[in-house]
Design a protein around this ligand. Structure first.
Ligand code: ZN
Length: 142
């Protein structure tokens, strides 16, 4: 392994949608206090992980585990976003999917903080859930 002690990592599971990449990575860098963010992308990642019925879901899990184990990632974010082509659904359903996907990652017992994020129509991040804090309601980060 060739990472130095100053290279800290987080992991994001995100859709392939270009609009979702920057907000999620920046949120993880800032709030996870890490220098780099490994990104595992799959179309409609929130739906894929919450249902966990496909090979794609299993590949996603394997890639997250690789990132956490080899880069000692401290945080895993699972993200969904507004206007997702691969996983079109109403916000209330998406919110449940993001929560379920984050819960699934938590159950992998990686020993990391797990957050569920939503990139809203304004391109900012709403925190749906966070194992480090119990938010009484969704908080937005502009
Ligand atoms: Zn999408």
């Amino acid at each position: 392994m060739t990472i130095s002690s100053v290279d800290t990592f987080g992991t994001a599971v995100n859709c392939i949608d270009g609009r979702a990449q920057h907000p999620v990575s920046e949120w993880v860098r800032l709030h996870g206090n890490v220098k780099y963010v490994d990104v595992v992308t799959t179309p409609g990642a929130d739906g894929i992980l919450s249902q966990f019925k496909t090979d794609r879901a299993r590949y996603t899990r394997d890639e997250v585990i690789l990132s956490v184990r080899r880069h000692q990632s401290a945080i895993v974010a699972v993200a969904g976003h507004f206007d997702c082509l691969a996983n079109p659904c109403k916000f209330e359903i998406r919110k449940d999917q993001i929560r379920a996907a984050a819960e699934r990652v938590k159950n992998w017992d990686l020993g990391v903080r797990v957050v569920g994020l939503y990139v809203n129509e304004w391109g900012s991040v709403d925190v749906i859930c966070d194992t480090d804090e119990d938010y009484p309601q969704i908080r937005s980060w502009l």
